[in-house]
Ligand binder design. Structure first.
Ligand code: SF4
Ligand code: SF4
Length: 376
């Protein structure tokens, strides 16, 4: 049965299979696409922690794909967007249909079931750019020829399509942190969730005969520690925390600050309607038309704000705190040229200078009686 719920990302009411029921707090993450180097450390950290067992060989709960050509499973977003048809935004809301509203009669979500082969090429299209680099090309922003990396985990959506579609009620959203989990004892492998998730973040284990997904490293989460893919990120692109709805946004909450206050981080394909809780700082070098389809109409302002970070100490400080600790930074402050991260109770976790100090050593080390070639 359909219920009317409010989705702030599309700024309107929409229909969903269950009534609106937000968790006490919602797990969230912000990924800065501009900083990712596609080293895949995150993918391997997740794989070695959670999916190294039998039947999990082709499972990557965290994957990093190259846009525009890369995708895992193959073609997931092109297929999802084509199914949905034209997606129209009005002045301040999405006026097209969501995957719930566009569902065919008798179904709960408009989606497709990937083929087995679609899961076999996790790095398809990696590092392929959008076009040919012609003779005489020069560098400008946005680049004429571009690519960027898109880091993907389950979005632990506020309105999960997977949960709506499960005929056995085996998928649930935890009230204490909003993490979406599959009860393995109740799942009997219908794969309706796999079909329904527009982000294709449900995986099927052929050995156990059940569906599996990212569990947001909930044992770490419960002890205030970052998830594996956040903690190990080489590029320090990831920030983990909690998100409030826009009217309850708190300025000293890092995720709220980036998403609601500066509006520099945006949800992926908000038009799907699931209210995903992983947010992206869009890449400043890529085609804005492509980015508007991917992150919605706020993308141009987000990039302009990001480019201005050097003149915005709070934003700059928070971007520097990203990836600076394996603890979850729940509050932050920028003071006297230093960004400081705190726990929810106000205990200091980490401090980072906004400007790295520069030490100049004399070119001659008198004590050792040697000359230095590199003196900075
Ligand atoms: S570890 Fe960080 S930098 Fe490396 S691919 Fe993953 S998100 Fe990108
Ligand atoms: S991203 Fe997909 S699997 Fe994750 S909660 Fe949303 S609908 Fe479910």
């Amino acid at each position: 049965m359909s219920h009317e719920v409010f989705n702030w990302q599309i700024n309107r009411k929409m229909t969903y299979w269950y009534p609106e029921h937000r968790p006490r707090r919602q797990f969230a993450g912000v990924f800065d696409i501009n900083k990712c180097i596609a080293c895949q450390t995150c993918s391997l950290a997740c794989k070695t922690t959670w999916t190294s067992g039998k039947g999990q060989e082709l499972m990557f709960w965290n994957s990093v794909e190259t846009k525009p050509w890369g995708s895992y499973p193959t073609g997931w977003d092109v297929k999802a967007l084509s199914l949905l048809g034209p997606q129209k935004w009005g002045a301040d809301e999405y006026v097209g249909a969501t995957v719930f509203e566009a569902a065919p009669k008798g179904e709960r979500v408009l989606q497709y079931q990937p083929e087995d082969m679609d899961w076999c090429n996790v790095n398809l299209g990696e590092d392929e750019c959008s076009g040919m680099i012609e003779k005489g090309a020069y560098l400008k922003i946005p680049h004429a020829v571009w690519f960027f990396y898109l880091q993907r985990i389950c979005n632990h959506c506020t309105y999960p399509a997977c949960l709506a579609a499960c005929p056995r009620g085996a998928i649930y959203k935890r009230p204490e942190d909003g993490v979406v989990l599959i009860d393995q004892k109740n799942c009997n492998g219908h794969r309706e969730c796999m079909k329904a998730c527009p982000y294709k973040r449900i995986f099927f284990n052929v050995v156990t005969g059940t569906s599996e997904k990212c569990i947001a490293c909930y044992p770490s989460l419960e002890s205030g520690k970052s998830n594996r893919c956040f903690e190990t990120c080489i590029g320090k692109i990831r920030l983990q925390g909690w998100i409030n709805t826009p009217e309850k946004a708190q300025e000293d909450n890092p995720v709220d600050f980036l998403v609601h206050i500066r509006k520099v981080a945006l949800p992926l394909y908000p038009q799907f309607g699931t209210e995903p809780n992983i947010y992206y700082i869009p890449p400043k070098q890529a085609d804005p038309v492509f980015l508007r389809q991917m992150f919605g109409p706020g993308v141009d302002k987000a990039i302009a704000t990001y480019k201005n970070a050097k003149d915005d100490p709070e934003l700059l400080g928070l971007l520097l705190l990203q990836g600076s600790s394996d603890r979850i930074i729940e509050r932050f402050k920028v003071k006297d040229g230093t960004a400081i991260g705190y726990t929810a109770k106000g205990a200091e976790i980490v401090r980072v200078p906004l400007k790295e100090p520069l030490y100049v050593r004399p070119y001659k080390d008198v004590a050792l009686d040697v000359f230095r070639h590199n003196v900075t």
